[in-house]
Design a protein around this ligand. Structure first.
Ligand code: TLP
Length: 359
């Protein structure tokens, strides 16, 4: 059965071109640095980001963890958004495996953290306090409706980091979405970052993998950390081959996903019981809340979308009655109207069935 899958852009399937590249990829033992396809991917990624070197890793989570563990020692502190993926959804791995202490700051609706709050969070040399080593940003920010962070903002944060001898890491799982939305190359968005992790397996549609980019020395050290995490993957050029196709061909089409998100959001914003801030829809994510008086629960909405309309969409935060929809290459322009019609039918029929509908 064909579903319209709006749960995430992680659900994207590899394209036929990716499958073909995988079948024909020259490979070698990457732990010895001998996989030509991985070497090519790492070199192309580094060049694209204006960095010296790259490192292929299994996932965005592994890329972030490797980066944090390379920058920080046990008991060190990283300044990080309370709504960031690293803090919320990476199983506390930096603390679990590296003893890295997160100092969390509120992320604003535009994905930024207040610059003064960042400055104030940096520890002094007081012997009671942990040592601040790292600031982490997320671009686009999934905890802020997929908001892209501008090159100017990143530069301001980097300047604070430089003044205090801290490192700057960017979780750029969707940095190419930010680049498309801001019409700014990733090299510009990441110019001042010491490390960046970006994902091949989200909007770029590769089946597996992320790449860390940074200085040659940083990547050399991250390579060792990756090995310690069990991330030495041998003939993984099979995977990197799809990543190369993703990197070369997919970033330039991401604006189409943003247009579909906008069209969807504009339709949803007109519906009763859905609260949606159109200004927050800047990339491929749409967040909305179900009004308190909505005649349908989050779970029922999700269930009916699936069973009656073959649409997959999950509640994002039950307590806030929040839903997230994510567009990607497998959502077609003509799906937008199908999705909107499904919402209309559910909200209207539920209203007709509920006692509140009679008044
Ligand atoms: N995000 C997934 C879920 O884990 C929530 C999604 O569907 O959005 N950084 C960011 C900003 C991410 O959104 C994600 C995945 C990751 C890192 C982790 O990437 P993977 O899943 O490859 O470990």
């Amino acid at each position: 059965m064909q579903f319209i899958d709006l749960r995430s852009d992680t659900v994207t399937q590899p394209t036929p071109e990716m499958r073909e590249a995988m079948a024909n990829a020259p490979v070698g033992d990457d732990v010895y640095g001998e996989d030509p396809t991985i070497n090519q991917l790492q070199a192309e990624a580094a060049a694209l980001f204006g960095k010296e070197a790259g490192l292929f890793v299994a996932s965005g989570t592994m890329g972030n963890l490797c980066s944090v563990l390379t920058h920080c020692g046990r008991g060190d502190e990283m300044i990080i958004g309370k709504q960031s993926h690293i803090f919320r959804y990476e199983v506390g791995s930096a603390a679990a495996y590296g003893g890295v202490h997160p100092n969390t700051l509120e992320v604003r609706r535009d994905g930024t953290m207040d610059l003064t709050a960042i400055r104030d969070a940096i520890r002094s040399n007081d012997e009671h306090e942990p040592s601040t080593r790292l600031i982490c940003l997320e671009n686009t920010h999934g905890g802020a409706s997929g908001a892209p962070l501008s090159a100017e903002y990143v530069a301001q944060v980097a300047e604070i980091a430089r003044q205090h001898h801290l490192k700057l890491h960017i979780d750029g799982a969707r940095i190419f979405n930010a680049a498309a939305a801001l019409n700014t190359p990733v090299s510009e968005l990441c110019r001042h970052a010491d490390s960046v992790t970006f994902c091949l397996s989200k909007g770029l549609s590769a089946p597996v993998g992320s790449v860390i980019v940074g200085s040659r020395d940083f990547i050399r050290r991250a390579h060792k950390v990756r090995k310690s995490l069990g991330g030495g993957m041998r003939q993984a050029g099979i995977l990197a081959a799809a990543g190369l196709v993703a990197l070369r061909t997919m970033p330039q089409r991401l604006h189409e996903d943003h247009l579909k998100a906008r069209a969807l959001a504009e339709g949803l914003a007109q519906m009763s019981y859905l609260e949606l801030d159109l200004e927050s829809v800047r990339t491929n994510m749409i967040f909305f809340t179900l009004a308190q008086d909505a005649p349908v629960s989050l779970a029922a909405l999700s269930r009916r979308l699936k069973h009656e309309f073959n649409i997959l969409a999950n509640p994002y935060n039950d307590a806030r009655r929040e839903f997230r929809l994510v567009t990607h290459t497998w959502i077609k322009q003509e799906d937008v109207e199908t999705i909107l019609e499904a919402f209309r039918v559910i909200l209207l029929s539920e209203r007709a069935a509920s006692p509140a509908a009679s008044d």
